[in-house]
Design a protein around this ligand. Structure first.
Ligand code: PRP
Ligand code: URA
Length: 215
């Protein structure tokens, strides 16, 4: 799948289908139902790229004709961790590709005045040190939420974490990269900048509000 190494640590998934769907997602005229379906589909396409280095292990399989050696994904089950709320929109699409994945949750919201993240929930599987984590949030703006969520995962023992978002701002990539240089970032787009209120330009607006119909 085409990818573009845009900034150190950032992979932009530049596949034509991802870019097509992202252009529909950005459109303010796109209704809530279609917005949700697009987030789901883009997340699935991005997961295809982000799972490209999953370890495989050989298994013996009896086909109707003979026994043969095949490859299956090895090790503990992948764990998806959406950052509430908007990250929830990315879970189902990835579960269609990896139905056995576990799902943890991190509750964070961005304070409107300080733009700093406020924690309210954390739950991931107990054996975090042995798992691969995909941390999910459609928007990487200042990077405060993502950096805080990665710190929480690391405190729980996680060592192998990838961050998947749809739209990233350069400021967010820089902050997450500085705080956690070991965490690869996958995005469908690297946008221009943040505005004075911490919104990504050109962006797609407030992802949580558009997914859940709140304002
Ligand atoms: C949005 C978004 C990220 C965060 C990004 O969530 O989904 O979690 O802002 O901003 P940052 O990079 O500057 O931290 P929000 O706080 O609006 O909460 P919501 O998902 O409940 O809408
Ligand atoms: N959160 C969003 O949902 N959108 C932005 O542009 C920035 C933060």
């Amino acid at each position: 799948m085409p990818t573009t190494p845009a900034l150190p640590g950032l992979t932009v998934v530049s596949h034509p289908l991802v870019q097509h769907k992202l252009s529909l997602l950005r459109d303010q005229a796109t209704p809530k139902k279609i917005f949700k379906e697009l987030v789901d589909e883009i997340a699935m396409l991005m997961a295809y790229e982000a799972t490209a280095d999953l370890a495989l292990a050989p298994v013996e399989v009896d086909t109707p004709l003979e026994t043969t050696t095949c490859q299956r994904v090895a090790g503990k089950k992948l764990t998806l961790v959406p950052i509430l709320r908007a990250g929830l929109g990315m879970v189902e699409g990835i579960l269609k590709l990896v139905p056995s994945a576990r799902v943890g949750h991190i509750g964070l919201y961005r304070d409107h005045d300080t733009l700093e993240p406020v924690d309210y929930y954390f739950k991931v599987p107990g054996d975090a040190a042995e798992r691969d984590f995909f941390l999910l949030d459609p928007m990487l703006a200042t990077g405060g939420s993502a950096a805080s969520a990665v710190s929480s995962l690391k405190r729980a023992g996680a060592t192998r974490i990838k961050f998947l978002c749809l739209v990233a701002a350069p400021e967010g990539v820089e902050r997450l990269r500085t705080a956690h240089p070991d965490v690869p970032i996958f995005a469908a787009a690297l946008d221009r900048e943040l505005n004075a209120n911490g919104y990504i330009l050109p962006g797609l607006g407030d992802a949580g509000d558009r997914l859940f119909g709140t304002r």
